[in-house]
Ligand binder design. Structure first.
Ligand code: MEV
Length: 434
């Protein structure tokens, strides 16, 4: 077991790498070469990435792919997607093309409210706390006026602050529950700064005029944003679902809807179903420099808001009309954070024609819906492995360090053969024997 190290963050980048090599690697030269191979030759660009986080030693690449032909509210988009899973971008592109010929996607932002809370304990009478809160509430707004000034000028800011009594669930526990409009910013820093200012003012005012002990516990935004909602949908007459791989549209629509209904009532399926949706959403969220952990946490909380984890997408068939939609909370930003720092985030946002946060919510929701459509379409028709393994073929070939000629031969061969790991390995071995 290695010894603990103190002052690691104070070491230079090279010293950090050398410590790692000495401590963990038998082939130091190979490990050093690998780490340096991923450095960018442009020193300025490398420094930018080094400074995003602490203790950076190198870069960790993910592919940035694009899915073209997304018609959203009658506007065509090419959607940037940062993701490692081989079949995701291909599936998104396929779904985009499918719906392009059937009127495209319709999307709508239903609400944009963000939430933050100051959590505190109080051992006195709730009525006293309530009177105190009502009296000093205007001071909470005044205390944040410097922070909110520019947001207010643009039409955003603090929407409301409420006092919530949670002492029945946890002894002496109360909250200041605040709502915010942060416009094109995701707003985490804005919200947290406002909350910390509320806490400071609330505490100092309480010390002067509230009987009993009040202790601040913490001030933090909530990633659960059930009132920051976006809806996206596709629809067409069932007969129009007919395509190269849907020969019986009635049957397809019925099976597809059944699959969605299963995800609505069966949590084991709903989790995988929603994971497929997040394949699309996370890829867009990451490519546009947003916080995919925040989005994931909020989305899954929303999926269980009624007490049972359920599907985020729904399907209906009425009077011969097939309709498929998603309703999802997405707190996204197109200004602030990484959006003006990471060159590829800027590139992605430019490709999306500099969307507002609302536009991006719609685009991400559509990417999730498209991904789910593609997955459930495969699952209820050919099965998922056919497409999945076709895309995975390149990974297997790369694992075996196939040459360009070998790749060409094997890709041709597997156009008409089922891809399995063992079949590909056997084919490589046979080819090399020849
Ligand atoms: C794989 O990444 C995602 C799927 O499992 C989603 C689904 O089952 O709906 C294919």
């Amino acid at each position: 077991m290695p010894n603990a190290i103190s002052g690691f963050s104070k070491l230079s980048k090279s010293e950090k790498i050398e410590w790692l090599l000495d401590t963990y690697f038998s082939d130091k030269e190979a490990a050093r070469t690998l780490v340096k191979q991923y450095w960018n030759t442009d020193k300025k660009l490398q420094k930018l990435h080094d400074e995003f986080i602490e203790n950076t030693i190198t870069n960790y690449y993910l592919p940035l792919g694009v899915a073209p032909n997304f018609l959203i509210n009658d506007k065509l988009y090419t959607i940037p997607m940062a993701i490692e899973e081989s079949s995701v971008v291909a599936a998104a592109s396929k779904a985009a093309k499918f719906w392009l010929d059937r009127g495209g996607f319709k999307a709508e932002v239903l609400s944009t409210e963000k939430i933050g809370q100051v959590h505190f304990t109080y051992n006195g009478d709730f009525k006293d706390l309530q009177c105190f809160f009502e009296r000093i509430k205007p001071k909470l707004f005044t205390a944040t006026s410097d922070i909110t000034k520019s947001m207010e000028r643009r039409g955003g800011g603090i929407l409301d602050i409420e006092l919530k009594n949670k002492s029945q669930d946890l002894a002496h526990y109360y909250q200041l529950h605040a709502t915010f409009e942060t416009l094109d910013a995701m707003g985490a820093n804005f919200i947290n700064s406002c909350l910390e200012a509320f806490a400071k003012t609330f505490k100092s005012e309480a010390e002067q005029s509230l009987p009993g002990d009040l202790e601040m516990v913490m001030s933090i935004l909530s990633n659960y944003v059930p009132n920051c909602l976006v809806k996206a949908e596709v629809s067409c007459p069932i007969s129009e679902l007919r395509s190269k791989d849907i020969s019986d549209p009635e049957r397809f629509a019925k099976n597809f809807k059944q699959a969605i209904n299963i995800a609505e009532i069966e949590p084991y399926r709903a989790v995988t179903h929603n994971k497929g949706i997040m394949n699309g959403i996370d890829a867009v969220v990451l490519a546009t420099g947003n916080d995919f952990r925040a989005v994931e946490a909020g989305v899954h909380a929303y999926a269980s808001k009624d007490g049972t984890y359920t599907s985020l997408t729904h399907c209906s068939i009425d009077d011969g009309l097939f309709k498929f939609w998603i309703e999802i909370p997405l707190a996204l930003g197109t200004v602030g954070g990484l959006t003006s720092l990471h060159p590829l985030v800027k590139f992605s946002l430019e490709m999306l024609e500099k969307p507002s946060a609302k536009d991006l919510m719609q685009i991400a929701a559509v990417a999730g819906l498209a991904q789910n459509f593609a997955a459930v379409k495969s699952l209820t028709t050919t099965g998922i492995q056919e497409g999945h393994m076709k895309m995975h073929l390149m990974n297997i070939l790369n694992q075996f360090e196939a040459t360009p000629q070998e790749k060409h031969r094997l890709i041709e061969q597997f156009k008409t053969n089922v891809v399995t790991h063992s079949a590909v390995v056997e084919a490589i071995e046979n080819l090399r024997k020849d």
